[in-house]
Write a new protein. Sequence first.
Length: 380
Amino acid sequence: MTRPSRPIKICFISPKAYPLFNADIKEVFGGAEVDLYFLSRELAKNKDFEVSFITADYGQEEFETIEGVRIIKSLDFGQSVITGAIKVWRAMRAADAEIYFREAPSSAGFLLALFCKLNRRIFVYRTASRGECDGGYLKEHFLGGRAFLWSLRKAAMVVVQNETDEAKINGSAGVSSTVIPNAHPLPALSQGQRDTILWVGRSTPLKRPGLFIDLAEQMPGEHFTMICQRATGDDDFQALTKRAEKVKNLEFIKRVPFDETGGYYRRAKIFVNTSDSEGFPNTYVEACKYAAPILSLSINPDDFLTTDKCGLCADDDWEKFLEQFDFLAGSQDARDYGMNGRRYAEEKHDIEKIIQKYKELFLALTARSGSGDRQTDKSD
């Protein structure tokens, strides 16, 4: 492959990702943060790339290096929007990267696109949910949606999570994109006792956590585990917690350190998703890599659950969902679904394979922009 004559400087921006780098910080993060955390760590292993990562202010030093990634502190969530924007802008200048990479819609995405336009840098955007691709986000956020659309159209490349989103974002925003699946490190598979029904996510309404509690109430003969972080700005979390605590067969856990979640997936008889809108959930990849069969109420990106036989999807039909639950909970076929999921993760989501796609993308973008001389080298 073509290699750069000097390291390509890439900066990831995800303010809430710092707790992934520092497990002592007990704050909320989501799938987008996990995506960029994994990518930045893996890319930093390669001497052809110099990786930085802009996070929010969690009381850490201005600059520090963790797992080969240079962490740059920026905004404090308690400060004003204007002050936060200034700090993020300064952090982008400090990174002095050729490529800036962002996932999930927010004011930071607009700021990043503007910075790259004014400073002739390369902006890459990765979508985090179906709503960004099918026009849902544009409809729900009038001003923010227009800013998001502008930033999409200024990106040198838009990366989506699946083929369905590739078609939808072209239709809704007139933006071409490339499909690169979520990338995860894959641990060796070890099988043990599977004794619980698992749900993992934040308490945001689109994930519909209350429906998992409904399921536990209707299935008193099964044990359920719900790992549910309080979503930012969720004023109903306490009510959700109190309701969950009344269900005897449900263990409600507010937070598990990210590097300890694998143990719960290993125990899962079934992994349940109740969301009404996602791109390709990282929790699906987690379930697959630990061979847990998936039961989805609604989300089935590119129909992989049915096509690759990794689980079942009820197409948002609650009665069908309950029937599928009964089938998986009482069938030896559940193990086959889980093993199919593991094979799917190895084929589609192995970070050692997927990082090669990102390397090729970054090399092509910098070559196209004339950012540095290139020399040919057949090694990886």
